[in-house]
Design a protein around this ligand. Sequence first.
Ligand code: C2E
Ligand code: MG
Ligand code: MG
Ligand code: MG
Length: 277
Amino acid sequence: RAKSAGRNQIAFFEGNMQIEVEQRLTLERDLAKALEQNELQMVMQAQVNKDAQAVGAELLMRWNSKTRGMVSPALFIPLAEESGLIVKIGDWVLSEACTILKRLHANGFQFPLSINVSPKQFRQKDFVEKVRLILEQHQVSGEYLIFEVTEGLFIDNLPETISRMNMLADLGIRFSIDDFGTGYSSLNYLKRLPLYELKIDKSFVQDVPGDANGMAIVVSVLSMAKQFGLKVVAEGVETIEQANYLIENDCDSMQGFLYSRPTSPDVWIANQVPSAA
Ligand code: C2E
Ligand code: MG
Ligand code: MG
Ligand code: MG
């Protein structure tokens, strides 16, 4: 009896995996078409200072599929990364970011945009050249771009990564470590990388104030960043209590639903969201 139940479980498990593999393949195929069919779109979420003025914004991708509806980036970005599609999509994000920057500038917004750059995208041989070309084509200065990278980028081939970061920094581009504290890398790299900012992961932000361990982590990141001369932005700020705690502890900027939902650049421009000059 136990034996047959075990066998059924295995059959059930394999059946599920089969479905998963098929779903992945069709999702991948649809994503490949999404770009050409204009189903991808970038939205902006404000990064604000202690006076709630926008000092920057993160660009986040949205996939509004004609057949699937809204698909979460948490689902399709890892898939794009694994299939290699992220390279093409990443190129598009870069040139979209430039287009949006020019529109923002024409409308009186002067802050930089942060974009997420995935490891596979960063590791392309011609990545730096590509970035240089796209900036040139759009006549945009790299000083208006902040690349958000994750700690995973520093796990292997560090010397190559550092030299590439330096070349991008020469174009004016700044680097932020996204989801800081959730990766597996050592703190040793912090002193070796040309970094501008650490981005405290929302899982830590959601623990303050109130949770002693959460507060210890946030305060430690803030003080470490200060020692290294790095800025800190907190992500996933949802409550006024979280914001007050971060401000009291000298966090440079905050990002989260408390201040703004990710919205299209059109809406930003139409509403003239207040920003620090
Ligand atoms: P991320 O870069 O860490 O982005 C932060 C995520 O938190 C976003 O999810 C954002 O919508 C969400 N968020 C913002 N404020 C709050 C808040 O107050 N509370 C909570 N609970 N969440 C908040 P989203 O847009 O679903 O993106 C998920 C992830 O997908 C991003 O995490 C990023 O890793 C990736 N991603 C998004 N757009 C791109 C892109 O253009 N390129 C690449 N390579 N990755 C992207
Ligand atoms: Mg990010
Ligand atoms: Mg993040
Ligand atoms: Mg995150």
